[in-house]
Every structure is written in C-alpha cells, then in structure tokens.
Design a protein around this ligand. Structure first.
Ligand SMILES: Cc1cc2nc3c(=O)[nH]c(=O)nc-3n(C[C@H](O)[C@H](O)[C@H](O)COP(=O)(O)OP(=O)(O)OC[C@H]3O[C@@H](n4cnc5c(N)ncnc54)[C@H](O)[C@@H]3O)c2cc1C
Length: 391
C-alpha cells in the first residue's frame, strides 16, 4: 500500500489533518486502533476557540457546529461567595468561544472523510513505524486479520499521549518536560439543563469546580479530586452534594441536577517533548504535549499543530520546499509553551492543592481579585482563553 501521508490516530488531530490535506489534493490514509463507535462516543473536551471554529468552517466541516454549537461571549469566576463575569468578547475585540462536544467534532470529521471517499481504517492493531529517518518511511499494521505495510513520504503521529509514535523516536533525540499535579478532575455528564448560560470556574475552600455544558439539555460538571480517585466512592448523591457545596448557594444559585450519563476521572498533567519531529515523523496533538484541562486547550492545540503541519506538507508537495517541514516543531512549540503557561496559570489560580498554607490561599485570592478588577489582567485571561491569533 502507498500514500503520501500516513496518519496514525483518528482523534481531532488526525482527522483535521486528513481533512486539510484532502482539501489540497494530498492523499492520506488514517489508521485508528479503536472502533468508530468507541471514538465517536468518547466524552472529552468541549470548548472550541474562535480560531478552531474558523478553521473547521473554512475546511467545510462546521455545518452542524454552526447550527448546534453554543457561542459564549463571557465566563464567570466564582470565589469568596460571589461570581465575577469576564467579558471575553468585549475584552478581545469581539472574539468568542463555542461550546460543542469533542465527540461531535469527531463525528462530523469522520462523516466528511467517509463521504469524500477518504481512507480511514478503524480497529487496526499491531501498529509499528519503520524507517522514519528515510525518505520513504512505512507504517506496518494488521487489519481484518491481515498484515499490511503502508509506504509514504511522511508519517503524522496523531495517536495521543499513550500512542506508539513518540516511542519511535530514539530517546536520546528527545527532551521531555513534565509536571504532575497533586489533584485530578472527577467529571460528569448529566441530563440536566445548564444552571447558568456561561461556564463557571469556582475556587472554593473545598476545592475547584467547573460548570460547563454540551447542549441546552446536558450539563458537564467537574470537581477537583485526588489523583486516581476511586469512582466507587462517589455515589450520585455525594457528587451532587459536593458540587452544590462548591458552587455555593449564594445569589440564589442552585445547580440543576439530573441523571448522570457518563463519569470519569481525568488526571492533570503538563507534558512537552522537543522536538516534535524526527526524520519524516511529525508528532501532533496529545502525542507531543498534554496540558491540564483548566485552560480548555488540549483539543485546540491539537488543531493548531495540524494546521501548521498541513501548511508545511502543502509547501513540500507544491514547490518541493522542505524548509517548512524542517521548521514544523519550532513553529508549533511557540504556541505550545504559551498554552502550557496559560493552562498552568489557570490551574494554579483555581485549585486548592492539598496542604495549601494560609499565605498561599491569600495570594490566590489576591490574584483572582486582580483578574476581576484590572482590565489588563482580565484581558490577559480573555485573549488566551479565546485563543491568540498569533503567538
Ligand atoms: C479522559 C480525557 C478527558 C479530557 N477532557 C478534556 C476537557 O474536559 N477539556 C479539554 O480541553 N481537554 C480535555 N481533554 C484533552 C483533549 O480531549 C485532548 O487534548 C484531545 O483529544 C487531543 O486530540 P488528539 O487527536 O491529539 O489525541 P486523541 O484525541 O487522544 O486521539 C488519538 C487517537 O489515536 C488513537 N491511537 C492510539 N494509539 C494508536 C495506535 N497505536 N495506532 C492507531 N491509533 C492509535 C486513539 O485511539 C485516539 O483515537 C481530555 C483528555 C482525556 C484523555
């Protein structure tokens, strides 16, 4: 088998790349270890930056997103028993975020790929990369019981944090930057009307909590918990009681409750490998970096990477110009580190680390008040949250 670009992984990074390449007449094959049902049902992120929405719209895969996505012009920071609105749109010259589930983005991209007749194989196994330092690398895999070898000009490693592509780079060629956090997020999806029109980020003495949503009937809620928290210790009543306590019954607010449709614990980690490329292998998205979800950036950063990669591959095929491919990692890493900083800053400002001393708690409170009172500080939050056009 042959193609121009072999794409390992059908998450947001792999599927958006396939779409961008298709629009430029560049052939690709997408390989995914999981089934289509699994990939389309995986509940993850849900906040799209303005630039992600613009890119999906230009790529012709945003019809449903435009119809069903919920455009938000602000968010709330809640602490000290009060809510403070950050007007994202007013602070950023009219930019907004759109709430639309990651699995809906993935469904739209898969439907577009298949209807355009693009190659996308689910449920492959034993995926291995070969000769990534040569000009004709290969991906070997099994599908429907048969072994295959896919030769290509370039491999896009879009297989997430636990994939195999990063490991195909000799360890000596990579620098790893990593930070683990002493807390995680317990997330639920509930059949309940959102309790507020906008997202609420709450810093409470009992810990962080986030109110978000997926549709006008489905709420997404998170609360700070221990890393590796046992979900068995969290019956529905305990989850609701803890959430109600952290959002506080001030200003007449009460969370709408409903049937819990999905629940899970998301670890909090910051991780970057440099460089994001080796020979003809290019890592994108979670395969190269992880951010704690507080800044709502994981999916957006994955899309930003493949936008750069598609542009570099297009220059390579159009003019035989390899310079942009050579500069892929450097170009991506500027945004990656900006987003790492923002995500880590939001995480530090909003969570209560175990054993937090009173001095630290006062600093955190002062920081939150400053963000709410100073236009300059609020703009820093807003412009990073909606996504910086240029980094
Ligand atoms: C549990 C969880 C919850 C999250 N929640 C949030 C959130 O609330 N807010 C937020 O902003 N971000 C969240 N994120 C982060 C965000 O979802 C990711 O940053 C985003 O999915 C990155 O997209 P990606 O395409 O790089 O990787 P992924 O979405 O991980 O896609 C990688 C794909 O590669 C496939 N794959 C793996 N190994 C192989 C292989 N060997 N061969 C072929 N295919 C392979 C995987 O099955 C997967 O489909 C969450 C992440 C996780 C893991």
């Amino acid at each position: 088998m042959e193609t121009q670009v072999a794409i390992v992984g059908a998450g947001p990074a792999g599927l958006v790349l396939a779409r961008l390449l298709e629009r430029q007449g560049i052939d690709s094959v997408v390989l995914e270890v999981r089934s289509r049902e699994y990939v389309e049902g995986r509940v993850r992120a849900g906040v799209l930056e303005q630039r992600t929405v613009d890119l999906l719209t230009e790529a012709g895969v945003a019809d449903r997103l435009q119809r069903e996505g919920m455009v938000h012009a602000g968010l709330e920071l809640r602490f000290g028993g009060r809510g403070h609105r950050i007007d994202l749109s007013e602070l950023t010259g009219g930019r907004t975020i759109t709430v639309y589930g990651q699995q809906e983005v993935v469904k739209d991209l898969i439907a577009a790929r298949l209807s355009a007749g693009g190659a996308l194989r689910f449920a492959v196994s034993d995926v291995e990369l070969a000769e990534v330092e040569s000009e004709r690398p290969a991906v070997r895999f099994r599908h429907d019981g048969e072994a295959h070898e896919l030769r290509c000009d370039a491999i896009a490693g879009c297989d997430g944090f636990h994939g195999i592509c990063r490991a195909a780079i000799p360890p000596g060629a990579l620098t790893v930057y990593e930070r683990e956090y002493p807390f995680a997020w317990l997330g639920i999806l509930a059949r309940a009307r959102p309790s507020s029109e906008e997202l609420i980020y709450a810093n409470h003495p009992r810990g962080f909590a986030l109110h978000s949503m997926r549709t006008p009937e489905v709420t997404r809620l998170y609360l700070q918990c221990e890393p590796g928290e046992d979900l068995g210790a969290w019956p529905d009543e305990r989850i609701w009681a803890e959430l109600q306590a952290r959002f506080e019954l001030t200003e007449g607010f009460r969370l709408n409750e409903g049937e819990i449709l999905d629940r899970g614990v998301t670890p909090m980690r910051s991780f970057v490998v440099e460089p994001m490329q080796h020979g003809r292998l290019f890592l994108a998205g979670d395969a190269a970096h992880i951010v704690p979800p507080t800044g709502a950036k994981g999916l957006n950063l994955a899309v930003a990477d493949v936008e750069v990669l598609a542009d570099a591959l297009s220059a390579f095929y159009r003019d035989g110009d390899e310079r942009r491919l050579a500069g892929y990692s450097e170009r991506c890493l500027r945004r990656v580190w900006r987003v790492q900083h923002f995500s880590s800053w939001m995480t530090a400002m909003l969570h209560r680390p175990p054993g937090q001393d009173p001095f630290e708690a006062q600093l955190q409170h002062s920081q939150l008040e400053y963000v709410c009172r100073s236009r300059a500080a609020a703009t820093t939050l807003a412009e990073n949250y909606v996504g910086l056009a240029e980094v």
